[in-house]
Design a binder for this molecule. Sequence first.
Ligand code: UTP
Length: 276
Amino acid sequence: MKAIRKCLFPAAGFGTRFLPVTKAMPKEMLPIVTKPLIQYGVEEAMQAGISGMAVVTGRGKRAIEDHFDVSYELDQQIAGSEKEDLLSDTREIMSRCTFSYIRQGEIRGLGHAILTGEPLIGDELFAVILADDYCVAEGDSVLAQMVHLYEEYQCSIIAIEEVPQEESFRYGIIEGETQDESVYRISNLVEKPAPTDAPSNLAIVGRYILTPDIFDIIRNTAPGRNGEVQITDALQSQAAQGKVIGYRFEGRRFDCGSVSGFIDATNYTYNKQNPQ
Ligand code: UTP
């Protein structure tokens, strides 16, 4: 059985919906209470047994690298105080994981960002987390649930959730056949269809397990919607061979790429940490 050792975090986007805060700060560093979005993503990957974190960055994203690195002055400043506890999670991440980075020179779409990560992944099965889709689950993390499913299906797995049909234009939408109540064998994927053209109300969420043949497929995928290379279009080739499974995960997703989703996630997390 192939183990999934690496998780790719495409994080090169400009986060324009959060301007001006994203002018000089990566969207992935926006805090949900006191932890940046990307740290939740890394913790989710760790819960799925992954320790190799590969990040696709770009200009203005240095804070991500600094976050997962030692800060000697800070460590010295708080040594011996009760504030040390506040850094215990990041210290554990740094002791258990490796981080590698590559820059996407031009923003040419999520498919292109994933292809940019190829040198960090190599020819092996890998996971992808879009940190701005913040996922919470009571038991296993969403990615851990997907890893279990991979053991059964041995092909690409993508997370899906039901969305109101009128919002289909915001998402990649799937068409597929039910395998059981939460598992679909995908036959078709459409990027951001108008509600009248959407083949279902099942939307792709930012969690993927991808087989490495996806890199060659992306290389041969023409730019699609908005002139960007879409991962949805590349997955279509695998889906045509019955090799993409859609999984309705257990848990909840917050779209932290939008201001309202980010505020909802913040309130949810704060209330969870501070029950009345
Ligand atoms: P989004 O389109 O949601 O992110 O891409 P964005 O472009 O940063 O946000 P807005 O629309 O301007 O506010 C989804 C994810 O894919 C990454 C983004 O960083 C984000 O995590 N991405 C997208 C890349 O890394 N490279 C790309 O070329 C496109």
